[in-house]
Design a binder for this molecule. Sequence first.
Ligand code: PEP
Ligand code: MN
Length: 332
Amino acid sequence: MILHLKQSVTAEQAAKLAVEHKAFHVISNNTQVLITGSGVKEVPAGLDAFTDQSWVFPNDMQLSARSYRSETREVRIGNVTVGGNTGNTIIISGPCSVESEEQIRESAALLKANGLTSLRGGCYKPRTSPYSFQGMGLDGLKLLAKMREEFGFTVVTEARDATHIDEIIEHADVIQVGAKAMYDQGILRACAKTQKTVLIKRGFGTTLQEFVQAAEFVLAGGNENVLLCERGIRTFETGTRFTLDLCGVEWLKHHTNLPVVLDPSHAMGYAYGVAGLTRACVALGVDGLLIEVHPNPKVAKSDASQQLNHAEFEQLLKTIQPIASSVGYQIV
Ligand code: PEP
Ligand code: MN
């Protein structure tokens, strides 16, 4: 249950009530909010005098539920806001991994030339094998920060474990929680303690409900700046890397109030399909797209087969604005 406390209730009083009732306490739009488990169906005795609005939920999708907030939340990605009434579909792109200064600068220059503002590159890579390239770590983050400084970009990068969060907060703007990391409550709880935007990718064996509950960890912990990212789930099909769950995207848009970003690159796994799939994503009407692009995909140190080269990426960009416009969105 979510309870909005009366305006007369102070933050200190609300915090005390939260402890007494084993509830989460957040302050949202200057309102003191308490969140109990979804099993609570009636305003608990002792809280009714302090409460002026309450919501009951069938499960632990609460702060993220459309039935709690009918408008999609506005979330900032640097200077760009998505969600709300913005109609923005933001392109978040860059190479799978930061590999060298030369490489990331080429990527940055490509984005700049195409009027894009968000550069993404992984520095802590969650690889399936310990023998694969694991990412440049802090050196990579410093390169991203340099690009942010030089080009005025918003930088998106992933945390592989909770110990990376502080470094990422220092050097980047958006914390990506990867598909394999989204069950990691150490990461989720650390993300909840900051006000940085958090992009949570859906695990490839994760139900939509579990996915949204990962977001609830961040929201209930006090950070409302959360984006969901569908990046493909594992099905019986092996011809493509994953299966992009577009039905699930419509479910998320219908049932949740969180902006939704789609990642056609990881879903498809092969560059040949990324442009077509991106256009399908844009046609759904979504808040953002995550597209991997590399100056020379053949030599990429991770996800080589799925990254677009610069020419393919620019060609793709030329085709998506009309599709976005036809569903009331603009590419930013
Ligand atoms: C990535 O974004 O490069 C990545 C590793 O993605 P995912 O967590 O979706 O596998
Ligand atoms: Mn990748």
